[in-house]
Design a protein around this ligand. Sequence first.
Ligand SMILES: C[S@@+](CC[C@H](N)C(=O)[O-])C[C@H]1O[C@@H](n2cnc3c(N)ncnc32)[C@H](O)[C@@H]1O
Length: 209
Amino acid sequence: MTETTVRKQYDQLAAVYDLFWRRYIANTLSFLKSWAEISPLDIVLDVGCGTGEFERLLLAEYSSLQIVGVDISEKMLAIAKQKCSIYPQVSFELASASALPFNSDSFDVIVSASSFHYFDDPLAALTEIKRVLKPDGKVVILDWCKDYLGCKIYDVILRIFDPAYQQCYTQDEFHHLLEEANFAVDRARRKIRFGVMWELMVATAKIKA
Ligand SMILES: C[S@@+](CC[C@H](N)C(=O)[O-])C[C@H]1O[C@@H](n2cnc3c(N)ncnc32)[C@H](O)[C@@H]1O
């Protein structure tokens, strides 16, 4: 039900997404790129890839990097496909975070930016991410952090007015979800401020030994 609402919302937003969120996207994704420390030989999956801006950023540095992006919005994906059309090793698929259409142990790095608060079953998404991640791979998730006032306010407002929105988490709640999915947090940071209201958190996690 929520996924249908999210899909509709992002299908409607797709044409203006890059322009409307230009600063937010540029700031969050350049942060994510340096945090994630992706190497040119990694096979990367981006869950909730949107319009493919993260892919564009990575490919500007590593033009032969293998990347797959998944998203539930066909219109967001259409823009991503267009942006990356000159890279034959980059592909995009219409898929939900909780049903990833890939074999187990396929990716070295799985990233997700500003999408986790839309997942209606975050544990199912993390379990899928764990399944398709190689045993020695890492997942890097960047999302809003409810430990801070700006996101607390957004959380209340969006829960009332935005039917696509699920919830954002405190860092403790987020790490607990990762633990529940059998990930161990390797490196984490919160209170990453972008603009006046946005305070995000990031975690790099690995599958527990
Ligand atoms: C705020 S946008 C972020 C896009 C991109 N990661 C970025 O940082 O620009 C959130 C994206 O997550 C996608 N999304 C939401 N729920 C999803 C789900 N369950 N599975 C896959 N994608 C999802 C939306 O369609 C949307 O494109």
